[in-house]
Design a protein around this ligand. Structure first.
Ligand code: GLA
Length: 598
């Protein structure tokens, strides 16, 4: 039994004065076979606690069932942490931000007309209650009061950056308590007065999130938490990356000095991130800095969540690991023993030709069954959460060249007339059109919409994917659509052809094969490829794009098999000829992380 609480001076753990020195590590961003390895590294950093969010949409499967097995076995993760001598802090949201698809909310919420997310709207609260009903019984045996390592649970996440609905926050707090969560509850908000005002919950410990200048930030927090412990629930020692912008790095010595300044105040800390890992599959989120869903300002996040963290994406103990460890060692005892060695990596090799190809437009019937609607619908209204979605209609003829417009694109629309690429429309260039003429027989218009991550931060959280509003030729709305959701959860129905070649702009799957004796970590580079998705065997590693910054996708050892392995690329723009397996990651050209000023 562990009890963490606090008095006017600070935290107490089982009655003794205590400082939380925590590191964030998200089990959902690390292959479950590597949880033990990464937790060992995290403990070696010197922290006494591990923090993780719990993403609702990762646990709620497309059919609605809530899953806590395999990669979703949060109890196993928590028990492993305990074995490494770590306390555990859980942050179950329901909203988590975290550069994670839709901030952890399930996409099905967007099919509910008029729902007010993150508020006391009864429709939202009912959904949250269902999630807590499923989740909390999993957590209860892990709590300190029942002999487990979970010492604290966060309510919502930086809510004050979004809203000020006190009834919503009270409902969350009461919902956790009523279901039996009896550990320390707290909130975490930015270190601005308005954020603390909106996000704090009377009676719960308020903490702060920031990346620098701890004494100043804690002065703000003190105005809202007049007594008791000061804690930086997120101290951003690196930063995430956005597609098309350089890779963020925060200088190791500067980050260590800033941590030293924080710990010298006597406060507690959670290093965000101690190990970032990977937003595998389609889980990377996005920011949206625009004023509406259809304005420019959509900024998708990369697949890598390396975060320039002290423990790199593939488990590397970086220079920052060592500088931070020295600082941590000044304040809490460091564990004894050798530091874990770098996990083995595969020798570089080139997969020099595709062994099969399949055009996406020829594979639609194999991958999806069509539904018919008078107007295009966003994917959430068809019960789809993630992936691509295909829309087809006939445009009659003859017609001279007139502008074709797609209103409300989430997020890239690849447009084809009679199967020939007409061009690509991008959500960040709203109002752009493509010229479309038709002959006497008219044309078949295909629009393949590629969804990137749903916004996880900011006011544009309700981020519908697919086509949100409609398609016009000149002023005429086009009707009579055949729509195929393409979640791409199963590629086995595809038929590959070994002689097929595909043209630029013709989306296709390209299959490569390679034999291995012993699986090990590798980094897949796609030189000369455009944009798309990459699977290893039947696992979707993530998105790649020539815009970078990341140039390799991390393919951890547990995803490889001894013997034959298949890499499948879905290329949407222009395909390359080969794939490279490398023994070093390449996260692209770097720039200074903004967190050093936040
Ligand atoms: C905030 C959020 C986190 C994460 C960081 C940036 O602090 O609470 O979930 O989004 O920003 O990495």
């Amino acid at each position: 039994m562990i009890e963490l609480d606090f008095d006017g001076h600070g935290f107490r753990r089982d009655g003794a004065p205590h400082r939380i020195v925590s590191g964030a590590l998200h089990y959902f961003r690390v292959h479950p076979d590597l949880w033990d390895d990464r937790l060992a590294r995290l403990r070696a950093l010197g922290v006494n606690t591990v923090d993780t969010y719990i993403p609702w949409n990762f646990h709620e499967l497309p059919g609605g069932e809530v899953d806590f097995t395999g990669w979703r076995d949060i109890a196993r993760f928590v028990r492993l942490a305990e074995r490494h001598g770590l306390d555990v802090i859980l942050r179950p949201g329901p909203y988590i931000c975290a550069e994670w698809e839709f901030g952890g909310l399930p996409a099905r919420l967007l099919a509910v007309d008029g729902i007010r997310l993150r508020s006391s709207d009864p429709a939202f609260l009912a959904a949250v209650d269902g999630w807590f009903d499923a989740l909390v019984p999993e957590l209860l045996p892990l709590l300190g009061s029942r002999g487990g390592p979970v010492v604290a649970v966060q309510v919502e996440n930086e809510y004050g950056s979004y809203g000020n609905d006190a009834a919503y926050l009270a409902h969350l707090r009461d919902g956790l308590v009523a279901r039996g969560v009896d550990c320390l509850l707290f909130t975490a908000d930015g270190s601005e007065d308005f954020m603390q005002q909106g996000g704090a919950i009377p009676g719960l410990l308020a903490t702060a999130t920031f990346g620098s200048r701890a004494p100043e930030r804690f002065e703000v927090l003190r105005r809202h938490q007049p007594q008791g412990p000061l804690a930086a629930m997120e101290f951003w020692i690196g930063w995430f990356d956005r597609i098309g912008e350089p890779h963020h790095v925060r200088d190791a010595k500067e980050a260590a000095a800033s941590l030293d300044e924080l710990l010298a105040t006597g406060a507690s800390v959670n290093l965000y991130m101690a190990h970032g890992g990977t937003s595998f599959g389609l889980w990377a989120g996005a920011n949206h800095s625009g004023t509406g869903p259809d304005t420019a300002g959509f900024e998708p996040t990369t697949t890598s969540y390396d975060y320039d963290a002290p423990i790199g994406e593939a488990g590397e103990l970086t220079e920052k690991f060592h500088t931070l460890r020295s600082v941590i060692g000044k304040y809490v005892p460091l564990p004894e023993g050798e530091l874990p060695p770098l996990p083995p990596r595969l020798a570089p090799r080139r997969l020099d030709r595709a062994t099969g190809r399949a055009r996406l437009l020829d594979s639609l019937d194999a991958l999806s069954a069509p539904v018919h609607r008078p107007a295009p619908e966003p994917m959430e209204r068809l019960g789809q959460s993630l992936g691509l979605i295909h829309y087809r209609t006939r445009v009659p003829g003859p017609r001279p060249e007139l502008p074709l417009r797609v209103d409300g694109i989430g997020d890239f629309a690849h447009v084809f007339a009679d199967g020939r690429p007409l061009g690509v429309l991008d959500r960040n260039a709203p109002g752009r059109t493509l010229p479309l003429a038709t002959g006497p027989a008219g044309v078949t218009l295909d629009i393949l919409v590629e969804a990137l991550g749903r916004a996880n931060y900011g006011p544009q959280l309700a981020d519908h994917k697919g086509i949100r509003r409609g398609v016009s030729h000149e002023r005429q709305r086009l009707h009579g659509w055949e729509i195929r959701p393409l979640p791409l959860a199963d590629l086995t129905p595809l038929t590959f052809h070994d002689t097929l070649d595909t043209a630029d702009g013709d989306p296709a799957f390209h299959r490569f094969e390679t034999d291995l004796d012993t699986p090990a970590d590798t980094f897949v580079a796609l030189p000369g490829w455009g944009r798309g998705l990459l699977w290893l065997n039947d696992f979707l590693l993530g998105r790649y794009t020539h815009e970078g910054p990341q140039r390799t996708l991390y393919a951890p050892a547990p995803l490889w098999r001894p013997g034959r392995n298949t890499l499948t690329v879905l290329e949407l723009a222009h395909h390359g000829e080969f794939l490279d397996l490398r023994d070093e990651p390449d996260l692209g050209p770097t720039t200074r992380a903004p967190s050093a000023d936040y």
